[in-house]
Ligand binder design. Sequence first.
Ligand code: ACM
Length: 260
Amino acid sequence: MIVGYIQNSPVFGDKTHNFSQISDLAKGMKADLLVLPELFATGYTFTSKEEAFSMAEDASGLTCGFLSGLSIDTGAVIVAGFIEQEKEKIYNAAIMIYGDKVIGTYRKIHLFNKEKLWFSPGNKPFEVHQVNDMKIGMMICFDWFFPEAARTLVLKGAQLIAHPSNLVMPWCQTAMVTRCLENRVFAVTANRIGREVRGDDHFNFTGGSQVTGFDGTILSAAPTDKTCVKTVDIDIHNADNKLINPFNDLIGDRRKDYYL
Ligand code: ACM
């Protein structure tokens, strides 16, 4: 399976520009799975709930249409972040698309910082979707800080975690080595680069998108300051075997009676 990420540098609020940057980056590429960053088309640093609301869509909106075209052009299952609106609520969400079919959406469960002011917390369980012989789960950025997120996806059968991100702290890439090692699961963390200064906030996004292997090996690491697209060839079925030696099964050996 060819899996990878697109690391972009969005202009806040300019979906047209941001779509065309992604199209340019992806030109001519083919893959089985491509992950794009969290909120890849809108930018991250909102100054009010109204502003975030004005860029929200449902799973049949403009962003979805763009991602469907990207899937058709690249042949890949696409996972990407967007603002999902349902009635009067908006969510920091990810969508999984293959061709013209929406496979599923995930709404970020662990909101970071002022996201709590704009977005409603995710209200759907972590889910795993089987597409083209891949079992893919989604989590978004700060979810990495909660080991339960990756563990739940793996207990539900995920072989690979698609992880759209807008990272602003320095620890995720290193932590994903542990998340993957302790679960024997692959992960594709797609991050953005650039700086946003809006209202009282300024964020530097750290790039360094990463494909992490089921044994904790870093299979691809993007630069911290450049847009890029990278893919790697993986045998996703390596994630099916949870034995680290003949005696230790990382899922089977859990002592649930002793855990909270
Ligand atoms: C983050 O969750 N975007 C830091």
